[in-house]
Design a protein around this ligand. Structure first.
Ligand code: TRP
Length: 447
């Protein structure tokens, strides 16, 4: 059977950075930075993204392109007909379940974004009661909008690599950049915004030796680059032999960290503009409001107070969020779909609707038991499973894959690989440094 392939370097970069740039960048990163030492956190995050997340990203890209398969088949193949192979397939299956579970909660949050995107549109057309229904959390609204968002995700993935993932990433990622640029400029001109810029960028180095902080920056970097669960691996498997893997990896890491930085220029000044208007932006303990309250209360209140432009700014902001979420959610759904298509020869459309439907059912269960399940699924997948699977991928690239095969794969698209700085450092890095660092962070975080 013919496997899909990205048609160009640009297409791959848009798709992979589309996966990386998501809700994690836009709502997770900025408040994390503002609360944890501003510019110092930024610097720390940037360093960790390159010394820890980038090598792990490379492990996935190399394994993916070399085996041209989904993670289950890929790790099984590398391990061969031994216990290691079985372990690899097992880890791949676990990764597939984790990717699906991540999508089940991500889809709910993205559904909120979609509802908040439709709300200003309803307001513009005068349907005020619809707008207020859209912005009030109810089980019905969440069921409907998670379904809407999942359907969008399904439609892109059902269309395949070139006609779905590539086509939409190429359209959506540049739109996202433009929207963000316009919003940053607009927000900067709001009274009070520049105060936020200072808090965001002023480095406070006293905070960054705190081990908890390092761990949270590490976790952020891992989630943000979509690592561990085989998303980058499967995208790597659709990359052409001609591409230079190490430099493409650098570009994707740069786009991801760059957009996280850029998101800070939008969100933090917005919080201070809201404060300037007299809106409450600190919680009872004096910490800056973050997470859902920030996105769904503080910012909408700010937009409401911006006068007649506010409703359009709200529209642009939630469009930005929805786009960011969609280019990430498709990469999650591709993980189980590629497995079903390649292993059971299922037709792509069927596999996509089947998996998407199944994951939606899990979302439904979470929606009905939100208080008990949502947080549990988030921490099971992102805090525990992702780092462990990250170790597995590094170990497979560093120890199971033959050194020769590794070099050969990197030489495709980089003939001089043998003499490169990358080849001098990276192989040792994925063997020793990455697994140990991740393990250390993991142990520290579950203590
Ligand atoms: N990186 C995305 C974000 O920042 C989310 C994401 C996409 C993801 N694919 C993933 C997270 C796989 C973990 C695993 O929002």
């Amino acid at each position: 059977m013919q496997r899909g392939e990205f048609s160009s370097r640009f297409a791959f970069i848009m798709a992979a950075s589309g996966s990386a740039v998501g809700l994690g960048n836009i709502w997770g990163f900025p408040t994390n930075a503002a609360e944890n030492g501003g510019g110092a956190f930024l610097l720390l995050y940037f360093i960790l993204a390159f010394v820890l997340a980038y090598p792990a990203l490379m492990a996935e890209l190399v394994i993916g392109r070399n085996t041209r398969a989904n993670m289950v088949t890929a790790l099984g193949k590398l391990g061969g007909d031994t216990g290691v192979g079985k372990l690899g397939s097992g880890a791949g299956l676990f990764a597939l379940v984790v990717a699906s579970l991540i999508l089940s909660f991500y889809g709910i949050v993205a559904g909120w974004m979609t509802a908040y995107l439709v709300a200003p549109a309803a307001e513009i057309t005068g349907a005020d009661s619809a707008a207020s229904w859209l912005t009030t959390q109810t089980v019905t609204r969440d069921l409907i909008f998670t379904a809407v968002f999942m359907l969008l995700t399904i439609m892109v993935i059902a269309a395949g690599v070139a006609n779905g993932i590539e086509k939409w990433s190429r359209r959506l990622m540049p739109s996202l950049l433009i929207l963000m640029l316009v919003l940053v400029i607009y927000v900067m001109f709001q009274p009070g915004a520049l105060e936020g810029l200072k808090v965001y960028l002023m480095p406070d180095f006293s905070r960054i030796s705190d081990p908890d902080l390092i761990i949270s920056a590490m976790g952020q970097a891992f989630f943000s680059l979509s690592l561990g669960v085989g998303t980058m691996l499967i995208y790597g498997s659709y990359m052409s032999e001609k591409e230079n893997l190490p430099s493409i990896g650098v570009l994707v890491t740069l786009v991801d960290t760059g957009i996280a930085f850029f998101a800070g220029l939008l969100v933090i000044p917005a919080i201070f503009a809201a404060q300037h208007l007299g809106l409450q932006v600190m919680d009872a303990s004096g910490a800056m409001i973050a997470g859902p309250d920030l996105i769904f209360q503080v910012l909408p209140a700010l937009f409401d107070n911006m006068g007649s432009w506010g409703v359009y700014v709200a529209l642009a902001f939630f469009l930005l969020m929805t786009i960011a979420a969609l280019t990430s959610s498709i990469s999650m759904l591709e993980v189980p779909v590629a497995y079903l298509v390649e292993t059971f020869n299922l037709e792509r459309h069927r596999a996509t609707y089947f998996m998407g439907g199944l994951i939606y059912l899990v979302s439904v269960v979470i929606i009905f038991n939100f208080g008990t399940l949502f947080g549990a699924v988030v921490s099971f997948t992102t805090e525990y499973s992702q780092p462990l699977l990250g170790i597995v991928t590094c170990v497979f690239a560093g120890w199971v894959m033959k050194r020769n095969a590794l070099l050969q794969e990197i030489k495709n698209g980089m003939p001089d690989a043998e003499n490169s700085l990358f080849w001098k450092i990276w192989p040792h890095y994925v063997r020793f440094v990455c697994p140990l660092l991740i393990l250390l962070a993991f142990v520290q975080s579950i203590r």
